[in-house]
Design a binder for this molecule. Structure first.
Ligand code: FAD
Length: 471
């Protein structure tokens, strides 16, 4: 083991991942600068009505809007599961402006992140309106970070280590559709969806099945003439009205196709042919088909690449073995309880950089990566699902926690996560406001929050501890 050390670390991005990375790095004694191209913290959670000049988000010269938040968004996880462990996402009493719901709206999440940044003094290390334009290795294993201010000033700095926290919900991934080049209708990606109004009286085809697709399809059905989506619950070769709606149509999902392949072809007369053979004359195709990892500033001579949405090679989704530990990524896995995982990954990175936690050798890490990719191949998992760790996320979190010497995931966190997901699938309209299955888990969570506060596990002032004790 190397002697303990502290480093100068550049963190790119001041979203949830960058904030917790900054906190954990500073806790470990490192000196941190957080580069943030926006003018406030929060990343994805900074809602803006602004959309990009290219609604489908493909034009290389379009204006980039970072956030994909839509106006009505509420979290898809209960706040207890969503929050950082060291700073639970509890209801803030005595402030009328706060949203006390268990699945709060996006503004409440942004306020929580601001509380977090205030509590841990993170603002003082964030450099706002500083966009990182290149990150490249220089002699001595250090990194040159080149950033550009809003006024166009370019600054070059040398950092011992770089932690990438630039998010992965900004660069749209769209469905490939035969005939789309001559199709006369509109195409929009959910990245540029804010409100249902532009869909009023339109016939809309919505591609996708993730949480936002589920929310948006229902919201649009309130104003659109017709909304068409694909669903595995519909029998082969039939179309059904969604129960409870007059204008929301479910098309059968042909088994060999995924949600983003529901359309077989589109034609110049506006018609859209589904894989099940049904034909709809549509005005708009709305792609709720997710995003691509994108690191336009990262220069590694092709050693770290994104191929079919796999960031490779990455040891445990965090360290590229060749550059470990001086280059790392927070937040790559998806379908997870994000903030909790970011927190653990950040603790791991911070501890490795100070030599408190050891990594395997470069060869052993590469071997582990190769074995992981072989496992995915053997189970026919498409490459683009490499970082989808939904089914084993808590196993992953616990592995990282153990490396850090931290407690593993709480039982209530796991159970409440899966209960919420199950509810989301079975009762998408009501799961945010009606649940009984996990009331007991909520109580267990709050018992733990009190313990964390009392153990000094989290830095909370006495008023906050009292508030927790009263709950
Ligand atoms: P981001 O929040 O995207 O932050 C990245 C930051 O990096 C941004 O501030 C950006 O400006 C900055 N940046 C980017 N490039 C540069 C650069 N070159 N130089 C400087 N700064 C840069 N998760 C949940 O847990 N629950 C939910 O309910 C939930 N709902 C979601 C709904 C939507 C519509 C979306 C898109 C995501 C949702 N998520 C949800 C996932 C969410 O993305 C994560 O919770 C989390 O906020 C991601 O944080 P991040 O810090 O990784 O990235």
């Amino acid at each position: 083991m190397q002697p303990p050390t502290t480093l100068n670390v550049a963190v790119i991005g001041a979203g949830a991942a960058g904030l917790v990375a900054a906190r954990e790095l500073r806790r470990e004694g490192h000196t941190v600068v957080v580069f943030e191209r926006g003018n406030q913290i929060g990343g994805t959670w900074v809602y803006t009505p602004e959309v990009e000049s290219d609604p489908i988000g493909l034009h290389p010269n379009r204006n980039i809007v970072h956030s994909s938040m839509y106006q009505s968004l509420r979290t898809n996880l209960p706040r207890e599961v969503m929050g950082f462990r060291d700073y639970p996402f509890v209801v803030k009493e005595g402030d009328e402006e706060r949203d006390p719901r268990r699945f709060p709206g996006h503004r409440e999440v942004l306020k929580y992140l601001n509380d977090y940044a205030t509590e841990f003094g993170i603002y003082e290390v964030v450099r706002f309106e500083s966009e990182v334009v290149s990150v490249g290795l220089v002699e001595g294993g250090k990194w040159k970070v080149k950033s550009k201010s809003k006024r166009g000033e370019v600054v070059e700095e040398i950092s011992d280590a770089v932690v990438l926290c630039n998010g992965h919900h900004t660069e749209p991934r769209v469905a490939q559709i035969s005939g789309i080049d001559t199709w006369k209708g509109k195409q929009i990606h959910s990245h540029n969806y804010r409100t249902p109004e532009p869909f009023r009286d339109q016939v809309v085809i919505l591609i996708g099945s993730a949480t936002s697709a589920v929310d948006i399809s229902r919201e649009i059905a309130g104003v659109a003439k017709e909304v068409h989506i694909a669903s595995r619950s519909v029998a082969d070769e039939t179309i059904e009205k969604h129960p409870g709606y007059d204008n929301l149509w479910l098309h059968s999902m042909v088994k060999e196709f995924t949600h983003d392949q529901i359309i077989r072809s589109v034609h110049e007369d506006g018609s859209v042919v589904f894989q099940d053979g049904s034909v709809v004359r549509a005005d708009i195709i709305l792609h709720c088909t997710g995003y691509k990892y994108h690191f336009p500033f990262l220069e590694t001579n092709g050693i770290v690449i994104v191929d079919d949405n796999r960031v490779e090679p990455l040891y445990k989704h965090v360290f590229p073995p060749v550059f470990a530990p001086s280059l790392s990524f927070v937040g790559i896995p998806w379908k997870v309880a994000t903030f909790f995982m970011f927190e653990l990954q950040s603790k791991w990175i911070a501890g490795v950089l100070s030599n408190r936690i050891a990594l395997p050798s470069q060869e052993d890490m590469m071997e582990d990566v190769r074995a992981f990719y072989s496992l995915l191949e053997a189970s026919d998992t498409p490459k683009r699902y490499t970082h989808n760790i939904a089914d084993h996320q808590f196993g992953y979190d616990d592995w990282v926690a153990t490396e850090c010497g931290c407690p593993i995931s709480e039982e209530w966190r796991k159970e409440m996560y899966f209960a919420a997901i199950e509810n989301m699938l079975t009762k998408p309209e009501t799961y945010r406001d009606e649940w009984v299955e996990y009331d007991h888990l909520v109580s267990q969570a709050h018992e733990d929050f009190k313990k964390y506060a009392l153990n000094g596990h989290i830095i909370l002032d006495q008023k906050k501890v009292d508030m927790l004790m009263d709950k």
